[in-house]
Design a protein around this ligand. Structure first.
Ligand SMILES: *Cc1c(COP(=O)(O)O)cnc(C)c1O
Length: 395
């Protein structure tokens, strides 16, 4: 059905599932494991800088590319964790969250009819950003392993190759990956890199979960592979790493000409944002390695709490390698395999909210994700434990 007044470009992008599910959580008093935002404040070393900045000159427009202290901190962080060198003046741009970095890159780089190869399921802003740019998404499915077996989501390299056409300009990558929790291996990234070099494609990589990776997995940025820095824009954000998702301080790093294209679009989207929060995120990026490791360890414990509850509920999960999301196949408890129906009924049945993974698929591929449901575990231990207890009543 056509939504009145909405432009043709945005038909089908009505309202996100998170609005409906969060309203349901509120109405039923259910534990909300739908939307992925932390329920604990970030580190004082970060919060105190923002508090001190409010009421000073930092309340006014920061420079268009971002405060120098933040751009320097972003470059230093890339060098410390990835071994990549970026010039803070020409190769780093501060944005209104990773969301604006992604939208700015898509709007700044793509022409009408250009194609973007993207793995699916995919974060919900990608399809909308591609549509706003007048471009076309070419989704490549990630196939889930058998739940509870320790396998990982995988793509078929033949399907990846087949998705590239004469109109392909960009490969849009996300690792660690939302909603699956997949962390792309070096070998998988090398397949993408080979394709990008062969067809002269740009790579846009969303790495907002770069620090949320569990034992046995390692985050690799495709920009570190040979020949890739020069064709890659790396996007990240402070929201997930520092529990400040409402601050919307993100950034993009890449070669000067690519960053300039993003900046051109970005300056007419928000121009700038978050003055007092920029130096605070700079302080966060400078925290010792231990801060980043501890964050991942805490989440790994919560992952295991949730997975135990889900298994007891008869819903063995696909264990995520990173992020704070776990996926289940509902067919064990919902014979018709309808993830949407499962999520609508779950708050009434046991008092937990989750989101149907099908919303992260292109409508033409809905059958691939119909039976899958995503749970977020970025909540305090007692909240995750409570949700696990409630879920076990499903059995
Ligand atoms: C949360 C999220 C974003 C958005 O990041 P912001 O900094 O809040 O704009 C982008 N990509 C993925 C995969 C996310 O999960």
């Amino acid at each position: 059905m056509r939504t009145p007044y909405l432009s043709a470009r945005l038909q089908g992008f009505g309202t996100t599932v998170f609005a409906e599910m969060s309203a349901l959580a509120l109405a039923t008093g259910a534990v909300n494991l739908g939307q992925g935002f932390p329920d604990e404040p970030g580190p004082d070393e970060v919060l105190d800088v923002a508090r001190a900045a409010i009421g000073t000159g930092l309340d006014q427009y920061p420079p268009g590319p971002g405060l120098p202290v933040l751009r320097e901190a972003i470059a230093a962080h890339q060098l410390r964790f990835r071994g990549l060198t970026y010039d803070p003046d020409a190769e780093v741009l501060v944005t209104a969250g990773a969301t604006e970095a992604l939208a700015g890159a898509l709007l700044g780089l793509l022409d009408t009819g250009d194609e973007v190869v993207v793995f699916e399921p995919m974060y919900d802003s990608y399809a909308a950003g591609i549509a706003m740019a007048g471009a076309v998404a070419r989704p490549v499915p990630l196939r889930p392993p058998a739940p509870g077996g320790g396998g990982v989501w995988e793509f078929d390299p033949v399907e990846l190759r087949a998705a590239v056409t004469g109109r392909t300009r960009v490969v849009l990558l996300n690792t660690p990956h939302n909603p699956t929790g997949k962390v792309f291996s070096r070998a998988e990234l090398q397949l993408v890199a080979d394709l990008a070099v062969e067809h002269d494609l740009l790579v846009l990589t969303d790495e907002v979960y770069e620090h949320l990776v569990f034992s046995g997995s390692e985050h690799v940025s495709i920009a570190t592979l040979p020949g890739m820095r020069e064709r890659t824009l790396v996007v990240s954000s402070g929201g997930k790493t520092f529990h400040t998702t409402g601050w919307k301080i993100g950034w993009v790093c890449g070669p000067a000409a690519l960053v300039a294209a993003v900046r051109t679009a970005k300056q007419f989207l928000t121009y700038v944002n978050g003055g007092p929060f920029q130096p605070a995120i700079a302080a966060g990026l400078g925290l010792p390695d231990a801060y980043f490791h501890r964050g991942a360890a805490v989440l790994e414990r919560r992952r295991d709490l949730l997975l135990t509850g889900l298994a007891a509920a008869g819903l063995p999960a696909i264990a995520p390698q990173g992020t704070y999301f776990a996926t289940v196949d509902v067919r064990g408890v919902q014979p018709d395999g309808d993830g949407w129906a499962f999520c609508r009924e779950l708050p009434g049945r046991v008092g937990v909210v989750a989101v149907p993974t099908v919303v992260f698929y292109d409508p033409s591929h809905a059958h691939l994700g119909r039976h899958l449901v995503r749970f977020a575990f970025c909540k305090r231990d007692e909240v995750v434990a409570d949700a696990a207890r409630r879920l076990s009543r499903l059995a």
